[in-house]
Design a protein around this ligand. Structure first.
Ligand code: ZN
Length: 209
């Protein structure tokens, strides 16, 4: 007979920005985020002040990594900028790129920055009680554009995996999210970005099992 998995119960601590009852936790410090920001001088000087400080943290509940199962969790990011560029997560495409994801705003405001393999960009504004659907095949990263912490819950298929290299190999994502000088944000071209070859795009799109 089929082995039944036990139901799980976690609670979202919105103030602390974490999932109580999580099975995993990982953190990223500013030092871990080297090479992501355009302004190297600003990065270096900020590093001297907050090298070990946690920029973002993920706590999740992962019952398994089986196909058809699901991972749920909470992500928390502190506010800040490197030069005029807002704090961001490393970002990824799913290792099985045809897997989707859902993000739900709990606290703070930010952007879900999405890029297709061919380099199309979408910016989805996240605020409390907004739900963002990340479709299959989109590279995604979150950006904290607000004055306080950005906390979101998320859910995605347990066998998705993450490929971070896709962003690094392209010199970053096509757009950067910067301070517009009026307390808001704007998306600007990333000068380091290199467009993917048709061959690579076809290779990504073919990974659909
Ligand atoms: Zn994802």
């Amino acid at each position: 007979m089929m082995q039944m998995r036990e139901p799980g119960l976690c609670t979202v601590d919105v103030e602390r920005g974490e999932l109580k009852g999580a099975t995993n936790r990982y953190v990223k410090t500013l030092l871990d985020l080297e090479g992501l920001y355009e302004d190297q001088a600003a990065y270096t000087s900020l590093l001297a002040k907050m090298a070990d400080e946690i920029v973002y943290e993920v706590t999740d509940y992962k019952p398994s990594s089986m196909s058809g199962d699901m991972i749920i969790g909470v992500t928390r990011m502190i506010p800040g900028k490197v030069g005029n560029e807002y704090f961001l997560t490393r970002g990824h495409i799913h290792a099985k790129p045809n897997r989707p994801e859902m993000y739900y705003g709990e606290k703070g405001t930010g952007i879900m920055l999405l890029e297709s393999p061919a380099g199309e960009i979408r910016t989805i504004e996240i605020a409390p009680r907004t739900m963002c659907y990340v479709p299959p095949f989109w590279i995604h990263r979150s950006v904290n554009t607000g004055p306080g912490e950005l906390v979101m819950t998320f859910a995605y298929p347990a066998d998705s995996g993450q490929d971070y290299d896709i962003i690094a190999k392209a010199g970053g994502m096509r757009n950067r999210i910067i301070d517009d000088g009026k307390g808001g944000w704007k998306a600007v071209e990333n000068k380091q970005y290199r467009v993917r070859s048709d061959h690579l795009i076809a290779e990504i799109q073919a990974k659909a099992d």
